[in-house]
Design a protein around this ligand. Structure first.
Ligand code: GLO
Length: 573
C-alpha cells in the first residue's frame, strides 16, 4: 500500500540493546530472531538506530562508513537478511541516517585533516582558526549538546600523533562529541556521499530513513556567537534567545528536497522521518511538505507535562499543523535519548530529559520514581496515544513497561554526555539497558554468552518477555491488545471530534475510525479541562453507544464516579 506510514505503528530498535547472538552487544542476527515476537505484538514497521561501521563513541551515531555494517553488529549479509525477514513478516524497515556529522574515523574527515590547512578537502567540514591572541580560544562560543565547547583542535585528534598535523592549532566544529565532526553541506562531495548512501540502502530494500539531527545540517556561514544549548531552549517559554545559527536554517529544506527526489525514483512507498528539534509545530510542518519528508517526530507531545489540558491542547495543535501540509501526525512518548516514560511520569514535574529539557538521566542519589504511578500513567497515555489518528512510535521495552535503570554505577556509563560534563549530567544510558527476554537465563537471555554491555537491574526478571507472555494480565498482553484494537478499528486513519456529552469535567475525544479528514480536530471548543494530579482514564467499549470506534476520555476522577461512562463499557485501567 502507498503511504503505509500514515497510520503505522513503528517500533524503534536500538540494536546494541535489543538481542544478541553472541557477546555483550546486541547484533543484527539477534534482532532477526525476534520478528515473530514483533509480529505478534502488532507492529507495522521497525526503525533501527545505527548499526554502521563506527568507533562507537556515541553508540554508533558516529559513523565511519555509512555503507557497511559494524563487525560488532554483524555483516552486510546479516543486514540484508534482516530486511528480508522483516518483509516476510509483513513489516517495513526504516534505517537511521546521520547526516549532520560523521565519525572522526570517516574517510572524508581523515582526508580533510591530513590534507593540511587550506586544502580543498577541508571544505567538507568546518575548520576555523581560533580566537584570542594565540588562536587558542574556540572560533565561536557555541556549545556541544553533550556538554563543553562545540569546537576542538586538530592536534588533539588521537590519530594525528606522528603526522604534521600534530602541531596544527586549527579548530573543527562538532555540535556533539569531539569524535563527531559536523559536515559542511555547502560542499558537493557531502551531497554525493549521502546521495550514494541513500541509494545504497534503498537498493537493499529499505523502506524508510530516520534523519538524525534534521534541523542541524545547515549553518549560518557567518558563524555568529550563540552561547546556548539548542536542547535547552526548545519548548521552553521561559527562555527567549535570538534564532540559533546552527538550527533550523532555511537551507536545510533544499537538502531534503534533493533526497525526496531520490526516494521517489524508487516509487511512492519510501519515506523519511525527521528528527528535528524546532521551536514551533509550524516550523516542524515545514519538514513534511509534499516535496520533503513524509513525517517528523512530534517531540512537543513527548515533552508535554502530565496535564490533561496540555496534552489535549497538543493533540489539537499537532493535528492542525500537520493537516495544513497534508502530512500524518506522529505520536511518540519515548526514544533512546529520553527518560523512559514509566519513570519520568512517576516523578512530579519531570519531563523527558536531554532533548526535551530536564535531566538526562536519573541516578542513585536522585529522588526515585514512584514506579506504580509512572507505569499507570504511561499505560494511560499510551492508550490515549494509540487511539489517535496518525502514526504511533514505540521504543523497545515500552510494551514491557521497562523503567529507566536508575542505579547504574558510574563506571558502567558510556554516554559521552556523562564524560563531557564530568558526571554532572548522567546521560542516556538508563533508557538503553538491554532487553530482558528470559527471567531465568544469565543476562535475562539477552545474549547466549550471558553478557550485557550495561548491567541489567537484578529484579528485571519480572519484566522479562517470557514472564509477561505467561501472564494474561501483563503489560505485554495489554499492549498487544491495544495495538490489535487500533488496527481492527483503523484508528490511525480516523478523525477526531470532541464529545463534551461524555466528558464530565474532563475532555472526551471520539475517533471516527476510517472517516479520515472529516473530524473537526483543531476546531474544537475550549471546554474546561482538569488539572493537577489527574488520571487519564481511557475506555474501550464494545459495544459503545457512540458512532464507531472508541472513546478516549481524559478525566480527573474515575469514570465510574463521574457517571459519564455509557453502560457495558469495559474499562481497562
Ligand atoms: C539525537 C540522536 C542522538 C545522537 C545525536 C548525535 O539527537 O538520536 O542519539 O546522540 O543525534 O548523532
Amino acid at each position: 500500500r502507498d503511504q503505509w506510514w500514515r497510520d503505522a505503528v513503528i517500533y524503534q530498535i536500538y540494536p546494541r540493546s535489543y538481542a544478541s547472538s553472541g557477546g555483550p552487544l546486541g547484533t543484527l542476527p539477534g534482532i532477526t530472531e525476534k520478528f515473530d515476537y514483533l509480529e505478534k505484538l502488532g507492529v507495522d514497521a521497525v526503525w533501527l538506530s545505527p548499526f554502521y561501521v563506527s568507533p562507537q563513541f556515541d553508540a554508533g551515531y558516529d559513523v565511519a562508513d555509512y555503507r557497511d555494517v559494524d563487525p560488532r553488529f554483524g555483516t552486510l549479509a546479516d543486514a540484508e537478511r534482516l530486511i528480508e525477514v522483516a518483509h516476510a513478516h509483513g513489516m517495513k524497515v526504516i534505517v537511521d541516517i546521520v547526516p549532520n556529522h560523521t565519525s572522526w574515523d570517516h574517510k572524508l574527515f581523515r582526508e580533510a585533516v591530513l590534507a593540511g590547512a587550506g586544502a580543498p578537502q577541508r571544505d567538507n567540514f568546518w575548520f576555523r582558526p581560533g580566537r584570542g591572541e594565540d588562536g587558542n580560544e574556540p572560533p565561536t562560543d557555541w556549545l556541544s549538546s553533550f556538554g563543553g565547547p562545540a569546537w576542538s583542535q586538530v592536534k588533539d585528534i588521537p590519530w594525528v600523533k606522528g603526522t604534521p598535523q600534530e602541531r596544527e592549532e586549527t579548530w573543527y566544529l562538532h555540535l556533539f562529541d569531539r569524535s563527531q565532526p559536523d559536515v559542511n553541506w555547502e560542499s558537493p562531495a557531502i551531497h554525493d556521499e549521502f546521495a550514494h548512501t541513500i541509494r545504497f540502502w534503498m537498493d537493499r530494500g529499505v523502506d524508510g530513513l530516520r534523519v538524525d539531527v534534521a534541523h542541524g545540517l545547515a549553518k549560518d556561514p557567518a558563524l555568529p556567537d550563540w552561547p546556548y544549548k539548542v536542547e535547552e531552549v526548545r519548548y521552553n517559554p521561559d527562555v527567549s534567545v535570538p534564532p540559533a545559527p546552527m538550527a533550523n536554517q532555511p537551507a536545510v529544506h533544499d537538502i531534503y528536497r534533493e533526497w525526496r527526489s531520490i526516494l521517489d525514483e524508487y516509487g511512492r512507498d519510501r519515506m523519511m522521518v525527521a528528527e528535528a528539534w524546532v521551536d514551533t509545530e509550524e516550523d516542524l510542518a515545514r519538514y513534511v511538505r509534499s516535496d520533503e519528508m513524509q513525517q517528523a517526530f512530534n517531540f512537543e507531545y513527548l515533552s508535554a507535562p502530565w496535564r490533561a489540558d496540555r496534552i489535549n491542547a497538543l493533540i489539537e495543535s499537532s493535528l492542525r499543523a500537520t493537516d495544513a501540509v497534508g502530512a500524518p501526525t506522529t505520536w511518540v512518548l519515548s526514544n533512546h535519548d529520553t527518560l523512559r516514560a514509566t519513570s519520568r511520569l512517576g516523578l512530579e514535574g519531570v519531563t523527558t530529559g536531554w532533548c526535551g529539557n530536564g535531566p538526562s538521566g536519573i541516578g542513585p542519589d536522585d529522588p526515585q520514581p514512584d514506579a506504580a504511578l509512572g507505569a499507570r500513567r504511561a499505560r494511560a497515555w499510551h492508550t490515549l496515544t494509540a487511539a489517535l489518528p496518525g502514526s504511533y512510535y514505540l521504543y523497545q521495552g515500552e510494551e514491557l513497561e521497562l523503567p529507566e535503570a536508575t542505579q547504574l554505577p558510574p563506571e558502567s556509563r558510556e554516554d559521552p554526555t556523562f564524560a563531557r560534563t564530568g558526571g554532572a549530567e548522567l546521560g542516556r544510558d538508563g533508557c538503553r539497558v538491554p532487553i530482558p527476554w528470559r527471567a531465568d537465563a544469565p543476562a535475562f537471555g539477552f545474549s547466549p554468552d550471558g553478557e550485557s554491555w550495561l548491567p541489567q537491574p537484578a529484579d528485571w526478571g519480572r519484566f522479562a518477555v517470557d514472564t509477561q507472555e505467561a501472564d494474561p494480565e501483563s503489560a505485554l498482553a495489554y499492549y498487544t491488545e491495544l495495538l490489535h484494537l487500533r488496527a481492527r478499528y483503523d484508528l490511525g486513519l480516523g478523525g477526531l471530534r470532541r464529545a463534551p456529552e461524555y466528558a464530565g469535567n474532563g475532555v472526551a475525544l471520539i475517533n471516527y475510525a476510517g472517516d479520515s479528514g472529516k473530524g473537526d480536530s483543531g476546531k474544537g471548543d475550549d471546554a474546561a479541562t482538569s488539572r493537577g494530579d489527574l488520571l487519564i482514564m481511557t475506555a474501550f467499549a464494545e459495544p459503545l453507544p457512540l458512532p464507531e470506534g472508541w472513546a478516549v476520555l481524559l478525566s480527573s476522577a474515575p469514570l465510574e464516579e463521574e457517571g459519564v461512562l455509557p453502560p457495558d463499557t469495559t474499562v481497562y485501567l
